[in-house]
Write a protein that binds this ligand. Sequence first.
Ligand code: C2G
Length: 755
Amino acid sequence: MTKVSVIIPYYKGPSYLEECVQSIENQNLPGLEVLLVDDRGGDDVPESVLEKAFIRHIVLEEEIGEEGFAAGEGPDAVPPGGEGEPSPFGAAAARNTGVRYAGGEYLYFIDADDYLWEDALARLVGLAEEKNADVVTGNRCFSWFRPVSFTIESARDDTELTGIVRLHGGELASFLSTRFTVQHLLVRRTFYDGLGLAFDVHNRYYPDIFVAAGIFSGKAADIWADGSSRYVCRFHNDPIHLPSLSQEKAKRRPFDFIRSYEAASRLLAEEAGGNGADGNEAASALNGQLIRFIAEHFPDSLNGEETRRFTKALRHIPKPDWRRIKKEFGFLQAMEMNCLCRGNGKAAKLFAKLAFAWRKKQGILGTPIQHRRIIDALVFQKMKVLPNTVLFESFLGKSYSDSPKYIFEYLNETYPGRYKCIWAYAEKKRKIPFPAKQVKRLGLRYFYYMARCQYVVYNGRQPTFYKKRKDSIFLETWHGTPLKKLVFDMDDVTSASPLYKEDVYYQTRAWDYLVAPNEFSEKIFRRAFSYEGNILKTGYPRNDILYHPHKEELALEIKKELGLPVDKKVILYAPTWRDDEFYGPGMYKFSLKMDLGRMREELGSEYVVILRTHYFIADALDLSGYEGFAYNQSKYDDVARLYLISDVLITDYSSVFFDFANLRRPMLFFTYDLEKYRSILRGFYIDVEKELPGPMLFDTEEIIDAIHNLRMIQRNYEERYNQFYEKYCAWEDGYAAERVVDAVFRFGNTEMEKD
Ligand code: C2G
């Protein structure tokens, strides 16, 4: 006997679906069937889903009858409205078909990209049985993450039900104010059939408002909720390749909304005995949805007919609570709706525009950066690009370093005086060995040179508001061979900006050239950045210095420059950052997991330690008490110069080891949080157990032991190290800057550009 029929409309996103289905299986519910109604044709549904015994895979296309509808969902099957193009596909048709096939005592609705937290569904079934309820629900929260990285703390609650409550009166109204949907509803089948309703196959968006209105209309004897049952609604972090329905930019959205609203409103009015749509909580919540829609979507372009319908709908709201609307959406939007109510469409549009400008203004006029953006748009963007000017930026202007530095120096040594160079700095100006103007990053002059320089050389992402000029050339050097997964290869984005993928997509559209340090990176960059521009297969200019003909002398100079004892060997500890430990974008936390006291005791007579945090790290290391042994060089400009003086490198998941390998010196990996980093935060491109050219260590004692036994480690890892070198350092020979300049600055060979 089937107890629960779970209905999943599926369109795309196989990995989401897999996690959704897994979360249902985890409920361990006896008598469960899952109706997976597939809108597409079924070729991307994962095997792991299809092979589950409780899955029934229904392909919508195969269900379409002669009238062009999924069987049983034709015009006779109680569609709620009259207008609009009915669609045999989409979530509505899928749900209707699911209901038709369902054999369970209860129906349960979940979207294919969402999942259940712990025993969410099992709790609902228990409650429905206990209370003999017709409709049961629980909390819904929003999250950016997969189930494996989900935590209650990282989620945003939508409804805040606590304990077990009967939803009626005020509770029902407040519940419906954010949840006018069938998601996470367990509905008794006989009750559902009694409603005689169907999901609105005319609508791509908001197809379930109508059915939800029916369920909550008051006919339901009992609606119960369990606050500890959680449904996780997942935000999509890749709106470029896989937008959710709410992220789709669609012209028909207002049309679909108003259709659903009107149908639901009519239904509720009938339920209320013809007294208008204000008869119960569902009706006032529905009106709340209308007001929210207008506030969020106007002034989307509406045709005359749509404006008329929205106006009509607003005017029928009995006694709108203007004070509340003003408080929630602001004066201008309240005015906009007020004008709509009075039938003054023109004035409403004007207020809508003003409200929109005001919202923008809080960004535009509110901050100095926004002032500069206006000046940029109105003035700098209209000026000509200046020939032979080059803007350089490395690590967000925090240092004079990395590949931009070596490209700059090569350009100046080889073509003195030919280029006017500009360097961006974040906090303070640097000592730069050739003539260069220095401008403060994000200052007005920075905007000026971003708009006017013919060449722009960055080693990271440019500001999101950067506008590419037609006559300029953007050279992106990037900043490392990727170990950790990048952009579109990442599952979760756990860092400070959840829409990182979308941002990077638009940023990379501006790049004309991208430097690859090795073949491995070249392939990954293409895919992970979704990048189709030129790739320079040149190796990294920043590593040229590691092939310096007099690197020993250079190393001695650097040691003296840093005030290090020249008779001691150097351990460089250069870890990366952790995506989930931050104060805000670009400001990450770091705590030292190495026991410096023990290190000094055991290694102090032979070694000193240089500690260098990643440029994103905002926390300052406190090394007091370790003077003469531990040196903080986190602010030192160029890490490549630190490699030159280091006898051994300790890192974790930072790309520094791909560069350091050019020196063929020993490396150790202090990977105290390996499992979390690998499976939750980022994921790796390489099998670290098999490929790393040194041991992975998990505490200070292991580090000390490894340093005492470096010779043996080198012997043990020799073959791996050689393979590693071949794979990641083969393009490096000390002439990468020359190759990049030749290719981009048009003095010579451009052969190495995209095939
Ligand atoms: N870096 C540094 N000091 C550290 C860590 C990093 O100077 N303690 C510099 C190195 O040049 C390194 C670069 O910053 O190669 C990038 O640092 P990663 O730790 O690899 O991290 P991330 O900035 O996330 O870049 O494709 C590469 C990836 O994007 C990684």
